[in-house]
Structure formats: structure tokens, C-alpha cells
Ligand binder design. Structure first.
Ligand SMILES: [Zn+2]
Length: 287
């Protein structure tokens, strides 16, 4: 599938030329235009509120959203959301600071609020599902001749990933790659009976019988056997590793999951720039 439509700063300025149009969008997303009394809500000029034409009931559309009590104007918030939405390799607070011409603190706060709204779905993946684990994060230096490799590895986190072919991805920070952990991840994230593609790790054998398990043996140089491979996952892992290296340099263990949630959001909404922006806006409004 090709990207259906572009959505950049010019489209945003056309659709949301000012703070009022942003507020109007928020109102229309969260509220009905007609009051229960039969009157019609209209924007009170000079206030960020809508008022019923008959009973005078007032609604503040930004109440209970991340936009509430924020000093950042709505149109700037929308720009930040678009920039985040289009940054498929991630975006650092430093970069957002430059793009928006705001303080680092403001950029950092905006990004954390966006990321924390992006929780992954817990709907089971189904069909042909690839699965793999990777060591991600921490500083990379393994030392000359790898003598510090084990120390470098300890700084990394285990991330277990599953993806359906042509569909959605799931990525979780897990404590380790023992058979117990893998079984737990599989049972929680993948529908029983699915066609599960993995590498040759022994741990997967636990779920044989409950899943249609097909392994490829990387150790023996086997990467694809018929439709059995985990190339979709490996491509994604190398994308997020290089994105982390290029954009964030280092992500602490504590924050890794929320960065993964953002990468997963980008992957799962990869086909349309406009669609991704709209999904992100709606997600933030309902967070
Ligand atoms: Zn009313």
C-alpha cells in the first residue's frame, strides 16, 4: 500500500488557520452542537467557551484535555501535534524547541503529554504473526574487543515484539526472554491458533499445539523458508534502533516503553499522513 495523502504544515494552516478553528474542532469532537434544551451552542467571542443560545449553559471545550490551562496557544499545540505525527523517526525536545520557537521546558512537556496518551491496544493479534525479541536502549559501547559487552548489555532492555503481516505491531519492555516470559507475552497478545513465525529460540516450543508454530533457523543461515520469516519485525527493529541512535542518542529504561508506544503508533498508522494526524488528535482529546 502506498501513502494515500500528504498532510503537512500547509494543509494544517489551511484547515486550522487560527486558535478559534482549533477550539471549534475540539468542541465538535467532544460535544453535540445542540443543547438538551433545544438551543444551539455558539462560541462566546473573547472567551474559550461555547454558550447555549436558549438556556445560556456554558461549555469549555478544553476542560479535562491536555490543552486545558496550557499557556501554549491551541494553534501552536496543533502544530506540535502535526510535527510529532510526521516525525516517523521520532523527535527530540531540542528539535521541537527549534521548530516551535518555544522554551525547552515547554517542548519537553508537550512531547511527554503526547507520548503518554499513546497507549497500545490490547486487542489480540491474529492471522500470520511474526514475533521476536531485541535488546534496545542504553549506551552502546561494548569496549575494544567487546570486553565491556556484558556491562553494555545490562544497560539495555529486552523488548518483545509481535506484528501481523501487513497489519499492526505490538512492542513491550519485558524482564527477560525466558520461556515463561515468552509464553506470557504470546498468550496476552496473540490469538490462539494463529500462525506464529519465530526464530529458532527454544522458548517458543512451549506454545506448540496451541499455535501453528513455524521457525526459521538464523544460526544455520536460514532466513526465509516459503512464507516463514520474521523480516517484517527485523526491519522494524532496525528502524527503531537507528531512530533512537539518531534522534534521542540514549533512552533510559524508565522511559523506553513510552517511546516504543510512539513508534508503534507511527507504524500502525503508517499509510496516511492525514489519517495519522486525525487519529492522534482524537486520541489526545479522549486521553
Ligand atoms: Zn440549552
Amino acid at each position: 500500500m502506498k501513502r494515500i495523502n500528504r498532510y503537512g504544515i500547509r494543509s494544517l494552516e489551511r484547515d486550522f488557520p487560527n486558535n478559534e478553528s482549533c477550539l471549534n474542532f475540539i468542541f465538535n469532537t467532544l460535544h453535540k452542537p445542540i443543547c438538551s434544551c433545544g438551543g444551539t451552542f455558539r462560541l462566546l467571542t473573547g472567551y474559550k467557551k461555547y454558550q447555549c443560545s436558549k438556556c445560556r449553559f456554558r461549555i469549555s471545550p478544553t476542560a479535562n484535555t491536555i490543552f486545558h490551562k496550557s499557556d501554549t496557544p491551541l494553534s501552536l499545540w496543533f502544530k506540535a501535534i502535526l510535527i510529532f505525527s510526521n516525525a516517523k523517526s521520532g523527535i527530540s525536545a531540542k528539535e521541537m524547541e527549534r521548530q516551535l520557537e518555544v522554551t525547552y521546558k515547554c517542548a519537553y512537556r508537550i512531547l511527554s503529554q503526547i507520548r503518554s496518551a499513546l497507549k497500545q491496544s490490547n486487542e489480540p493479534l491474529t492471522g500470520v504473526v511474526e514475533m521476536d525479541s531485541a535488546y534496545i536502549g542504553g549506551r552502546h559501547y561494548g569496549g575494544k574487543n567487546n570486553e565491556q559487552l556484558s556491562r553494555a548489555m545490562k544497560k539495555k532492555s529486552v523488548v518483545t515484539i509481535a506484528v501481523t503481516r501487513g497489519g499492526k505491531i505490538r512492542a513491550e519492555v519485558r524482564p527477560n526472554v525466558t520461556a515463561d516470559e515468552m509464553e506470557d507475552f504470546i498468550m496476552n497478545n496473540i490469538s490462539e491458533g494463529s500462525n506464529l513465525m519465530t526464530d529458532n529460540a527454544k522458548g517458543y516450543d512451549r506454545v506448540k499445539g496451541r499455535y501453528d508454530l513455524e521457525k526459521v533457523n538464523h544460526g544455520k543461515g536460514e532466513y526465509v523458508r516459503g512464507k516463514a520469516h520474521i523480516n517484517t519485525i527485523e526491519t522494524w527493529i532496525s528502524h527503531i534502533k537507528s531512530s533512537i541512535r539518531g534522534t534521542y542518542k540514549v533512552i533510559s529504561k524508565q522511559h523506553l516503553q513510552s517511546y516504543l508506544d510512539a513508534f508503534v503508533f507511527h507504524y500502525n498508522n503508517r499509510y496516511s499522513d492525514k489519517g495519522r494526524f486525525e487519529v492522534l488528535l482524537e486520541t489526545l482529546l479522549h486521553a
